[in-house]
Write a protein that binds this ligand. Structure first.
Ligand code: FES
Length: 100
């Protein structure tokens, strides 16, 4: 095993878990579109080297989905829609200048 320090100030995990058994899941509420929009906006802003958008499976809070979590800052956004993307990006921007 090799151990490395992450080059990213934050990882933005977007749950894209899908279910077809009737239980609520983030993907069933358009989280894939949310993920691709965040990814595109991060690229447009030139933040690709410091902020990483990642697909995640279930984050354990399905009923509150779609869910987006930011680490290592431990921020959890729930019931996220595309209209929330500017607020999420503003939050991320606040982390880019810090060493947290
Ligand atoms: S399906 Fe997204 S948190 Fe569980």
């Amino acid at each position: 095993m090799k151990k490395h320090e992450s080059p990213y100030k934050c990882h933005i995990f977007v749950c894209v878990k899908s279910r077809d058994d009737g239980r609520k899941s983030c993907k069933n509420n358009a989280s894939s579109e949310l993920r691709s929009t965040l990814k595109s906006e991060i690229k447009t802003r030139g933040w690709k080297k410091v902020a990483r958008v990642c697909e995640s499976s279930c984050l354990g809070v399905c009923e509150a989905g779609p869910n987006v979590m930011i680490y290592p800052q431990r921020i959890w956004f729930s019931e996220v829609t595309l209209e929330d993307v500017p607020d999420i990006l503003q939050t991320v921007e606040g982390f880019l200048g810090s060493d947290e």
